[in-house]
Design a protein around this ligand. Structure first.
Ligand SMILES: NC(=O)c1ccc[n+]([C@@H]2O[C@H](COP(=O)([O-])OP(=O)(O)OC[C@H]3O[C@@H](n4cnc5c(N)ncnc54)[C@H](O)[C@@H]3O)[C@@H](O)[C@H]2O)c1
Length: 251
């Protein structure tokens, strides 16, 4: 049975991805630093789910996560680097501590978890799926740390694909558009919500499950010749420029 690690899996997009992979017959390690939420969600997920309390920005804890996974499942076929934090603020208010707190999790965490997984992934010809954001594809206000961290994740994915393809390891990146998770709702003001609606052809937020479907596909053998790609799951946001509200007004 194939085994995946999903980081940031106690809620939101990570939890939906873990559930989708379990339904598709994977064994799944759910890694998160929120021990209480992780324990309560895993209580109902069955024997093919293993909770491992992990801070993805801590190298020792990341190594323990990989060791714990191999000890439990004997193999690792995919890692989904989904754990992330959002802190929106103007450049002048983003002091070094706020900048570092975002980079620690969103960028260092992806680097550390992927690197620690390489030896095990080599053995299976496994997959890395990194979760970036549309904020890493297109700049906007208030996202100096968040958007920059996510743009770096996009480039990190391409670096991984370039180097690790030799070993049969695929690396791809998913850029979610807005999804009503705890992370998003903490930073999406009504103005931001309205702005997204005005900029998204499908004219709505996405769901956790819509993200999970694409992430799971990229982990699976169905995507066996796909690597180094950046897939925006964003209702069309990235492909589009000005004009949507004007068109809607004529409906
Ligand atoms: N929701 C959106 O609109 C949106 C849009 C674009 C990108 N994303 C990205 O999708 C990913 C998932 O976000 P979400 O919206 O489901 O958020 P969420 O807050 O619901 O879930 C994130 C999870 O990551 C965990 N986490 C945070 N820091 C961690 C750390 N250091 N170690 C381990 N776990 C940690 C949290 O405890 C939480 O369970 C993030 O990388 C986020 O940046 C989300």
């Amino acid at each position: 049975m194939k085994c995946a690690i999903v980081t940031g899996a106690a809620r939101g997009i990570g939890l939906a991805t873990a559930k989708k992979m379990l339904a598709d017959g994977w064994r799944v390690v759910l890694a998160d630093w929120d021990a209480d939420e992780l324990t309560s969600v895993c209580a109902v997920l069955g024997d093919n789910a293993l909770p491992l309390v992990t801070d993805v920005s801590n190298p020792e804890q990341v190594n323990a996560m990989i060791a714990g996974t191999l000890n439990w499942a004997g193999r690792l076929d995919a890692i989904v680097n989904n754990a992330g934090v959002a802190d929106f603020g103007p450049i002048e208010d983003t002091d070094f501590a706020r900048w570092r707190a975002v980079m620690d999790v969103n960028l260092d965490g992806v680097f550390l978890c992927s690197q620690a997984a390489i030896a095990a992934l080599k053995a299976q010809g496994g997959a890395i799926v990194n979760i970036a954001s549309i904020s890493g594809l297109r700049a906007s206000t208030l996202r100096v740390a968040y958007g920059t961290s996510k743009a770096a994740v996009i480039q990190l994915t391409k670096q991984q694909a370039a180097e690790l393809g030799e070993y049969g390891i695929r690396a791809n990146c998913v850029c979610p558009g807005p999804v009503r998770t705890k992370l998003a709702m903490a930073v999406h003001s009504q103005e931001i919500i309205d702005a997204y609606h005005d900029a998204i052809p499908l004219n709505r937020y996405g769901t956790e499950e819509e993200l999970a479907n694409v992430i799971t596909f990229l982990c699976s053998d169905q995507a066996s010749y796909v690597t180094g790609q950046v897939v925006a799951v964003d209702g069309g946001f990235e492909s589009t420029g000005v004009g949507l509200p004007a068109l809607r007004a004529t409906d």
